[in-house]
Design a protein around this ligand. Structure first.
Ligand SMILES: Cc1cc2nc3c(=O)[nH]c(=O)nc-3n(C[C@H](O)[C@H](O)[C@H](O)COP(=O)(O)OP(=O)(O)OC[C@H]3O[C@@H](n4cnc5c(N)ncnc54)[C@H](O)[C@@H]3O)c2cc1C
Length: 331
């Protein structure tokens, strides 16, 4: 069997091409670093995910972005100017308070990731199997047989997966940093992508948020402008998703469809189900990122992602920027 012996040598290896990894890469590249991103997913954007079933298209991970941080607000305006984002809504029917504007990707959420990735060097559908310190650099083994040697490394996987990667190379953080990582918790989300046999009766702007019961969220991808034909995304609540995560996905998906049926106004002609084990952090670290090599003899190592700055797209981006700033000064 042929094994690819390619060895990449870079300033910074970034594990994960979700919003935090992509945002960090843009800043590091601008600061003159030679950056390589590696992501096990086929598409870009991690939890900013899209999927197709025939002519139907779905946002099945993050549904929208909010903006509180001034740099992120300015960045979203740049995305709007570039035609890859637009305001979706600021309050839903039945909601008493006018909320923050919600922005969506155009034509779908993954457009944001594709825009960020334009000038980046990314290996897709490639998993980092293990990482280790080699002298004063990092060595990563990839599942395509290739290796990466890097002067610095940023890991943006969900934190439980980051902990496993660190353990793969027996990489010891300080006890305080290890405790910070172990305190982070996530909730699961079971997402159903369903094709409808006619337009839904979901009211403008095409989304329903629910407080109780098995469903947390339903969105109408056709009304949102994501899908040419009627197609909805249903997100199970945290409790429902945790209880059903390891059960038969088709049966669980059908249960969510049955619960949603009175709100749909049309029948379901086809559906798929995806389980997000680490959907959103429920306990986050208060710092925007972790410079995990501090107070150790490790080469520069940072950890970032939505677990460090807030459980949302904006948090992931701001965390990526913070990690880039922390690493940029170290090479
Ligand atoms: C169902 C759902 C609904 C959501 N709704 C919203 C919403 O409406 N608004 C909002 O703001 N946020 C929402 N979020 C949260 C938002 O999607 C996340 O906060 C954000 O996308 C996280 O970005 P990230 O870069 O931190 O992580 P991720 O997007 O998870 O990126 C990490 C990447 O690392 C890769 N990776 C992990 N391990 C390896 C490895 N060993 N080798 C190679 N690659 C690896 C993964 O493939 C992934 O692409 C939602 C999330 C989900 C799942």
């Amino acid at each position: 069997m042929h094994t690819d012996q390619t060895q990449h040598s870079v300033d910074t290896l970034i594990i994960g091409a979700g919003l935090s990894g992509l945002s960090a890469a843009v800043d590091l590249q601008q600061a003159g670093h030679n950056v390589l991103l590696v992501d096990k997913g086929r598409g870009l954007g991690g939890r900013l995910a899209g999927r197709r079933i025939g002519d139907a298209s779905f946002d099945h991970g993050a549904q929208f972005m909010t903006t509180r941080n001034p740099r992120f607000a300015a960045t979203v305006q740049d995305w709007i100017a570039a035609g890859v984002a637009e305001e979706w809504y600021s309050s839903l029917p039945g909601s008493s308070t006018e909320g923050h504007p919600r922005y969506r990707g155009v034509p779908s959420m993954t457009a944001i990731a594709k825009n960020l990735a334009t000038d980046l060097n990314i290996l897709r559908s490639v998993r980092v199997l293990d990482i280790a310190q080699r002298d004063n650099q990092w060595l990563a083994n990839l599942d395509n047989g290739q290796q990466v040697i890097a002067k610095s490394m940023l890991i943006t996987a969900p934190v439980p997966q980051t902990i496993d990667l660190l353990a793969s190379g027996n990489i010891q953080l300080t006890a305080a940093d290890q405790a910070r990582l172990e305190a982070i918790e996530y909730e699961a989300c079971i997402a159903v992508m369903a094709v409808l046999d006619g337009p839904s009766s979901i009211p403008v702007p095409g989304a329903i948020a629910l407080e109780d019961g098995p469903i947390a969220w339903i969105s109408d991808n056709q009304q949102k402008g994501v899908s040419k034909i009627p197609a909805i995304t249903i997100h199970g609540s945290g409790d429902f998703s945790a209880e059903h995560f390891d059960l038969d996905r088709q049966i669980t998906g059908q249960q969510l469809i049955d619960a949603a049926q009175p709100l749909l106004g049309a029948g379901v002609s086809d559906f798929q189900v995806h389980g997000w084990r680490y959907s959103k952090p429920t306990v986050v670290d208060p710092q925007p990122c972790m410079l995990a090599s501090s107070d150790t003899s490790l080469p520069p190592l940072a950890l970032a992602g939505d677990a460090f700055n807030g459980p949302r797209v904006e948090g992931a981006v701001v965390s990526g920027w913070a990690a880039a700033a922390a690493l940029a000064g170290l090479l």
